[in-house]
Design a protein around this ligand. Structure first.
Ligand code: 3EB
Length: 328
């Protein structure tokens, strides 16, 4: 049985993609963002760097059921559900309640559609490191997310989705998510303290996410959704230079993949990597080093973005797949 796929492409070809009735979503990275009439296009206000890849395409295994209801875009192919929503910010210091409400709405929608298990969430909002009303906006976001997930999840610590939380320039909170009918399995990184157990120095409410989610879609089809991974060992940020942070991040990805392989039915291989780099930095050395590590065959998407801890310069997320889940 075939499975939905996700791959990188050029947003300039999106007209062709939109003719495909299996399209679940086309996540376009562009600064400044253009407004799109087609709900399947989700524009994220981040500048893509370099060679061609400016969009992430989610393609169902069969024709998608697509709708917008109660302000939430959703598309499913019977097996997987993609959700997308955004909330305007009515005040810069109200990110906590805004996040809590948007998360509750997303989870309620996923549940109502028959996909109660949220596997993976992408969070985008502006001024991520800025203090507003005495609280850094990333921490306000974490507090709101914690509040919602504590209410939504019966087994909070073991059922957290994989996630990324990224700073954009556009105002408003934007959330994309992937959900399934049956749960995935939590994978934590042996080199890192679980984010949901970070000590209080990183915020009153710890970041509620799993390092990765290993999802078996049956018949040997497995996906590993890898959360944003950065130069953190234990709970502390390491290195103040880009290349030092990159090496540590690669070691973290290695350890996480090894941990997942122990739990997977099949060998996993990296299928996609997305690299978020601080806007003021030159990503060229990163590209070389990453291509050297993973081979020219792993598609890479570089984005200029802010990272959730002030001192972090880059963050890498990705998807790894088992052979049966590959058909491209
Ligand atoms: C970290 O490991 C780095 O708050 O959703 C990475 C991935 C990070 C997701 C999130 C934060 C998040 O703590 C930052």
């Amino acid at each position: 049985m075939s499975l939905f796929t996700v791959f990188y492409g050029d947003a300039a070809d999106c007209r062709d993609r939109l003719r495909d009735d299996r399209l679940l979503a086309l996540v376009r990275f562009a600064h400044p963002p253009a407004t799109e009439a087609d709900g399947r296009i989700c524009t994220v206000d981040l500048e893509a760097l370099g060679s061609g890849a400016t969009a992430e395409i989610w393609l169902g295994a069969r024709p998608a059921r697509v709708a917008v209801s109660e302000g939430i875009y959703h598309a499913d192919d019977g097996e997987v559900l993609f959700l997308h929503a955004r909330s305007d910010e009515y005040a810069p210091d109200a990110l906590q309640p805004l996040t809590a409400v948007l998360y509750r709405r997303l989870f309620a929608k996923a549940r109502a559609l028959g996909y109660p298990h949220v596997l993976r969430v992408w969070n985008y909002f502006s001024r991520i490191n800025q203090e507003c009303g005495g609280l850094e906006r990333y921490r306000a976001f974490c507090a709101g997310r914690h509040q919602a997930l504590a209410a939504e999840l019966a087994e909070f610590e073991t059922r957290l989705p994989a996630a990324s939380a990224i700073g954009t320039r556009a105002a408003g909170l934007q959330v994309c998510a992937l959900a399934a009918r049956e749960p995935g399995a939590q994978i934590e990184n042996p080199r890192q303290v679980s984010a949901f157990r970070y000590p209080r120095q990183y915020g009153r409410r710890s970041p509620s996410f799993s390092r990765a989610i290993l999802k078996s879609w049956g018949e040997g089809r497995e996906h590993l959704y890898i959360s944003g991974t950065a130069s953190i060992v234990g709970h502390a940020s390491r290195h103040d230079d880009l290349s030092g942070q990159l090496e540590e991040t690669l070691a973290n990805l290695d350890a996480l993949l090894a941990e997942a392989e122990r739990r997977a039915e099949n060998p996993l291989a990296l299928a996609l990597l997305k690299i978020y780099v601080r806007p003021e930095l030159d990503p060229a050395p990163l590209r070389e080093r990453i291509a050297r590590t993973f081979g020219e065959r792993t598609p890479l998407l570089f984005l200029r973005a802010d990272i959730c801890r002030r001192e972090l310069l880059l963050e890498i997320e990705g998807l790894a797949t088992a052979p049966a889940a590959r058909h491209l």
